[in-house]
Structure formats: C-alpha cells, structure tokens
Design a binder for this molecule. Structure first.
Ligand code: ADE
Length: 226
C-alpha cells in the first residue's frame, strides 16, 4: 500500500512513523508513506495557504489553490489512482470496519487541514470523502491521519509478527477484547483467574467470550445494539 499525506506539518508525522509497528511495516515494504508539504505549493512570497472566510466569521480557511497544486503533484507520483480522504471533524466517524475497508486499498491520499477548515471546493473538486476520528475538535487533521494510518497499516498482511494477533483485537468481532493476564500468577494479592491456568482451551475460549460480552455490555452497550 502507498499512503500520501498532504499536510502543513510533515514533521509531526516523523516520530509516529519511525517507531514500532509503523516503522517495521515500512522496512518490510508493506507500506510506503510519503509526506508532502502543502506550503511548498503556496504561490506568494509569504507562502500563504489560508485566508479569511467569505461572509465573515472567526478564524482562517485553507485556500484551495495550494491544496489542489499539491494534490495534482502528488497524484502523479504513482500510477495508482488512490482513495482521497480529508481528515475533518465533519467526516464520518472512523472505526475498525472502516480501517478494514481501507486496508484493502492500494493507495490512500490523506489531506490534513489546519485553521477553521477547508474551502468547500477542496472537498467537492477533489471528490474527497471525509473522515473524523471522533466527536471532538483537534487543532488539525495530522493526529487524525496518524491514527488512521496506524489502524490501517497494522491490518496489512505480514505487518504483525503473529498473523493472528489482530484477530482477537477489540472490535474485530464487534465486541471489546476479553481481559488478559501475564506473570506473575499473584500480584499484590490479585490472582489470575483459575480457568486461565487450567490448560482447558475449550473452557478458556468460553470464559473469554463471556468476558467479552460482559465488558461490552458494561462499557459499550451501543456496540451490542449494532
Ligand atoms: N481535525 C480536527 N479534529 C478532527 C477530528 N476529530 N477528526 C479528524 N480530523 C480532525
């Protein structure tokens, strides 16, 4: 998979992309992540990328020119068409099902905004879909883009060491994950549930399923309704 990130702050991506699973995924060639700075496509001496909203109101709006020029440059870097996504609180809420859907694409082109938002013609003119990572407002779309990349890339084949290790993740079966324990068997008087030490895999699976359901009912009843 190829992921292009269009942003005013490419440096923000550097640390998350150079550690742990995202680092390994790139080293293995499962994903190529390419950062492009929208400001490089500003056309005036001040490198202006935003302006006041028509009709008045607070804040600044990202101008279409630099974003379109950056997009058209990036688009030509690879023959694959790519799915174009704007990160914005106005988008559809991101979830595991969306991550699975996006993990099947050959190319994603992610556009992160700053300021009060994008000139609407960016969305309509680029035919972009909009994704939000939750019902709150971040200072820009960069963190959202990184959240999306992380959730998608760990699903790509060969990225996680054990092929099974995303199978039991929370949400992968519509439920929250069951509780996990590791050594020691007793920690500050708190014991690991006996069943997990029993070696009876059938019973363990049944216990985990029950725990998953119970936890989901307690913490996220909305998931059960879905
Ligand atoms: N930009 C600012 N807040 C955001 C959010 N919640 N999701 C996606 N992009 C954003």
């Amino acid at each position: 998979m190829r992921v292009d990130c269009l942003t005013l702050f490419p440096e923000m991506f550097e640390s998350p992309l150079s550690h742990s699973i995202l680092k390994r995924a790139q080293e293995k060639g499962a994903v190529e992540i390419v950062l492009s700075n929208i400001r490089d496509f500003a056309t005036d001496d001040y490198k202006k990328v935003d302006d006041k909203p028509y009709g008045g109101g607070p804040g600044m709006v990202m101008m279409p020119g630099p974003v379109f020029d950056c997009f058209e440059h990036v688009e030509k870097l690879s023959p694959e068409k790519g799915r174009v996504i704007l990160l914005t609180p106005q988008g559809q809420k991101f979830n595991q099902a969306k991550a699975v859907e996006l993990s099947k694409e050959k190319r994603l082109i992610l556009i992160s905004g700053r300021y009060e938002g994008f000139d609407e013609r960016i969305r309509t003119g680029l035919g972009a879909e909009q994704i939000s990572i939750g019902d709150y407002v971040n200072s820009g779309g960069e963190l959202a883009a990184m959240v999306l990349i992380d959730a998608v890339v760990r699903l790509l084949e060969g990225v996680l060491g054990d092929e099974d290790s995303s199978k039991d993740d929370s949400f992968s079966n519509g439920l929250l994950e069951y509780p996990q324990y590791t050594r020691p068997e007793v920690f500050r008087d708190m014991k690991v549930p006996e069943i997990l030490l029993s070696g009876d895999h059938g019973k363990i699976a049944e216990w985990r399923r029950k725990q998953s359901l119970e936890r989901t009912r307690e913490q996220r009843p909305d998931l059960l309704e879905e």
